[in-house]
Write a protein that binds this ligand. Structure first.
Ligand code: DGL
Length: 282
């Protein structure tokens, strides 16, 4: 029998999901901009990275994590992960929720970013850096074309960046090789790119190194502020959803892997001490 829940909602935290630590860069900004809400962060660290995985696997893993956040009381979940947003969000919104949780909402990070990218570029040439999954999904060019058809989109997959960050190697000299490599490949496609979207929530941790290898004057856009502005606006425009978001300014962290190693690395991303609990994802 299907798990159909049509009963009325009770207030709950906003769920923030990422395959690993990257979504903490989004949570950090949400807590800054809209601190009154309760948040639950879930990192599926045991199965990260998602970047090279197939549609089916990313959709299954993401759906399981969304369900886990619903079971923890969330009514609204943000996929703070581009790979999950690009590959799994549509299936979750169009099939999983209507069939299983018709009163709950799941939002991604792609749309808020693609909606506004046209405002940034003067040359009309925008670079997208993301995981292999995000880039091969073609979600960015398709969505940007929808909102800003005059923009030329150049994409580059950076498959080594998430593993470098997840392993805390992103500040070391060795990381420079892969940072420069993918940026060179991007600028080989067009020397007129004047705006780069960091289309992976992990990448803000590489900003210092990325700046070393891009031409002066190129704008680097991270998603944390964009997503926080967009969520705050969404909650304002949707009081029927906002009223089911609890407001005690509490944040809880869950990981599908070891809590001690999560807490150690999460501090770097979140900028504050983190104390997580383990959650078995099934
Ligand atoms: N932070 C995720 C994203 O935004 C990383 C994906 C991965 O696990 O490879 O795409």
């Amino acid at each position: 029998m299907k798990n159909i829940k049509t009963n009325s909602l009770v207030k709950g935290p906003i769920g923030i999901f990422d395959s690993g630590f990257g979504g903490l860069t989004i949570l950090k900004e949400l807590v800054k901009q809209i601190p009154q809400y309760d948040y639950i962060y879930l990192g599926d660290n045991a199965r990260a990275p998602y970047g090279n995985r197939s549609y089916q696997v990313v959709t299954n893993y993401t759906t399981q994590c969304v369900k886990a956040l619903f079971d923890l009381g969330c009514n609204l979940v943000i996929l703070a992960c581009n790979t999950a947003s690009a590959k799994a969000l549509r299936t979750i919104q169009q099939q999983y929720l209507p069939e299983n949780f018709p009163t709950k909402k799941v939002l991604g990070v792609l749309r808020p970013t693609t909606e506004i990218v046209g405002n940034y570029s003067k040359t009309g040439n925008v670079g997208i850096l993301g995981t292999s999954g995000t880039i091969s999904s073609m979600s960015y060019p398709i969505e940007i074309n929808h909102f800003s058809p005059h923009i030329n989109v150049f994409q580059q997959a950076c498959p080594m960046w998430v593993p470098l960050i997840e392993n805390n190697e992103h500040n070391d000299n060795g990381a420079d090789y892969f940072v420069k490599k993918y940026l060179d490949l991007l600028f080989e496609q067009s020397a007129d790119i004047d705006t780069i979207i960091l289309a992976c929530t992990h990448y803000p941790l590489l900003i210092k190194k990325i700046k070393k290898y891009i031409p002066a004057g190129v704008k680097l856009i991270s998603q944390n502020k964009i997503v926080a502005n967009s969520l705050s606006n969404y909650l304002y425009r949707h009081p029927e959803i906002e009223k089911y978001c609890s407001k005690n300014a509490e944040i809880k962290f869950y990981t599908s892997d070891d809590c001690l190693s999560f807490d150690f690395t999460a501090n770097t991303f979140f900028g504050k001490k983190v104390k997580s609990k383990h959650l078995e994802i099934i």
